[in-house]
Design a protein around this ligand. Structure first.
Ligand code: PMP
Length: 412
C-alpha cells in the first residue's frame, strides 16, 4: 500500500539517520525551505562527475555525447512531469528566483511601459515581489496587490477591479503559499486574465514538489519552480514559457551556446530554448534533478499529496489542542498544502525554534521571505513546520512534545 511505501523510503535518505544536538534523532520539518536528498540523486550527481563529465552541446567525442544526452533527457522528464508537449519551452535556471528575474528582465524590459500595471498578491515570496518593484520603478509602471482574507485566501474581487482598468500587463502569483500553504485558485485567476488578454506567471516553487501540476490545463504563460524543494540539488530550477511568448523575448544573458553567429557588431540567436541558456550550464545538477523527478514519478504525485494531507490533518488537529497556539491560514485541508505557520502565545518564533532544536527538531522561524504577508498578518515572524514524503506522524508527535517544553519554560 501507499502507506508502507512511504514508511520504507526513509532508508533512501542518509541524512535522516543523523544524530544532532544532545544525542537526538533529526526530525526535519523545514521542507518548504529545502528538502533532503535520496541516495539515488546523490549517486546520479557523483556518477556524472566520476564517469561522464564533459561540457555539453559542443564536442563530438563520446563523453560529451553522454553528458549532453543525460542533460537533455532531464528536459524530457520535466515536460512529462508538468505536462507540456514542447520541450523547447523549458529553460534551465538556478531556481525560482532566477526564473522570475529572467522574465522581469527578458520579457518585462520590452513589454512594460509607463503606467502599465503588474498585479501580484499579498502572500508572495520576496522573489515574486522585488523583481517587479525593480521593473515597475524603472519603467514608471505600477505594482499592485491582490489582498488576502483572514482565512489566508486571495480576494479575487481585487483582481476584477484591476483588470477593469485595461492597464494590466501581467498577473503573477504563487500556486501555493510558502507560509500559509494556501493553494491558489489558479484556474479561476488565469481564466479571468485570459478574458482580458493578460499574461500570467505562476510561481510553482511550493506546488510542484507536493501535488500533481498540469501546466497545459492551467493555461498560464510563465511557470517557475526550484529543484532543491523536490529532492533535487540546489542551484537548479526551471522556467517554462509558452512558445508564442518566448518568441517575443530578448535574451537574458549573452555568451556562449546562446548564439547562432557572432560578428563584430551583431549576433543572431540560437534556437529555443538555448537562446536562454548562455554559458556552461549546471550539468551535474540538471542530471540530479532528472533523477529526483524519476523518484517522485515512481512514488506518484497523487500519493504524495495524499500522504501530506494525512500528515497535515493530523498535525493541525494536534497543534489546535495546544493551549495558546495560533495557526495561520485555512484549516480546510483541500485548500492547503503541508506548510503550517504558527505562533505560540507571545513567545518569539526564534525562541520556539531554538528550544525545539534542542530536541533535534528543525523548523523555520522568521519572516520566510514574505514580509508583505507578515505585515498583513500583523506579526513580525512565525514558526513554520513543513512536511515532505519522508515525514511521519511520530515526528508530528515529537514536535508536539517539544512544544510542551516551550510551554514549560515560558510558563504558558
Ligand atoms: N517562491 C516560493 C513560493 C518559495 O517558497 C521560494 C523558496 N522559499 C521561492 C519562490 C524562491 O525559490 P529559490 O530560493 O529556490 O529561488
Amino acid at each position: 500500500s501507499a502507506q508502507t511505501t512511504f514508511a520504507n523510503l526513509r532508508k533512501d535518505f542518509p541524512i535522516l539517520q543523523r544524530i544532532v544536538r544532545d544525542n537526538k534523532t533529526l526530525v526535519y520539518l523545514d521542507n518548504a525551505s529545502t528538502t533532503q536528498k535520496p541516495n539515488q540523486v546523490i549517486d546520479a550527481i557523483t556518477d556524472y562527475y566520476r564517469n561522464h563529465n564533459a561540457n555539453i552541446h559542443r564536442a563530438v567525442y563520446a563523453l560529451a555525447e553522454e553528458a549532453t544526452e543525460l542533460y537533455e533527457s532531464t528536459r524530457d522528464k520535466i515536460a512529462n512531469f508538468i505536462h507540456i508537449s514542447n520541450r523547447e519551452e523549458i529553460i534551465f535556471v538556478r531556481g525560482t528566483t532566477e526564473a522570475i528575474n529572467l522574465v522581469a528582465y527578458a520579457w518585462g524590459r520590452n513589454h512594460i511601459q509607463k503606467d502599465d500595471i503588474i498585479v501580484t498578491t499579498e502572500y508572495e515570496h520576496h522573489s515574486n515581489i522585488v523583481p517587479w518593484q525593480l521593473l515597475t520603478q524603472e519603467k514608471g509602471a505600477k505594482l499592485v496587490y491582490i489582498g488576502m482574507d483572514d482565512n489566508g485566501e486571495l480576494i479575487l474581487d481585487d483582481l476584477d477591479k484591476y483588470l477593469a482598468t485595461g492597464k494590466v500587463k501581467l498577473v503573477t502569483f504563487s500556486l501555493m503559499s510558502n507560509v500559509l500553504g494556501t493553494i491558489t485558485d489558479a484556474e479561476k485567476i488565469i481564466s479571468k486574465c485570459k478574458e482580458h488578454g493578460v499574461l500570467t506567471l505562476v510561481d510553482g516553487a511550493q506546488a510542484v514538489p507536493h501535488m500533481p501540476v498540469n501546466i497545459e490545463k492551467l493555461g498560464c504563460d510563465f511557470f517557475a519552480f526550484s529543484g532543491h524543494k523536490m529532492l533535487g540539488p540546489t542551484g537548479i530550477g526551471v522556467l517554462w514559457v509558452r512558445k508564442s511568448v518566448l518568441e517575443t523575448m530578448n535574451p537574458f544573458h549573452g555568451g556562449g551556446d546562446m548564439i547562432r553567429e557572432v560578428h563584430k557588431y551583431e549576433t543572431t540567436w540560437n534556437d529555443l530554448p538555448y537562446k536562454f541558456e548562455a554559458g556552461t550550464p549546471n550539468i551535474a545538477d540538471v542530471i540530479g534533478l532528472g533523477t529526483a523527478i524519476d523518484y517522485l514519478t515512481k512514488l506518484g504525485m497523487e500519493n504524495i499529496r495524499e500522504h501530506e494531507i494525512e500528515l497535515t490533518k493530523y498535525a493541525i488537529e494536534k497543534l489546535s489542542q495546544v493551549k495558546g497556539l495560533t495557526i495561520y491560514g485555512t484549516k480546510d485541508i483541500s485548500k492547503r498544502g503541508g506548510v503550517i505557520s504558527f505562533n505560540f502565545s507571545d513567545v518569539h518564533p526564534h525562541d520556539v525554534a531554538q528550544i525545539i532544536d534542542e530536541e533535534g527538531i528543525a523548523v523555520r522561524s522568521g519572516h520566510h521571505c514574505a514580509q508583505v504577508l507578515m505585515e498583513r498578518l500583523n506579526v513580525a515572524a512565525t514558526s513554520r513546520a513543513s512536511f515532505y514524503i519522508y515525514n511521519t506522524k511520530e515526528e508530528v508527535d515529537s514536535l508536539i512534545t517539544a512544544l510542551t517544553k516551550v510551554a514549560r519554560i515560558f510558563k504558558l
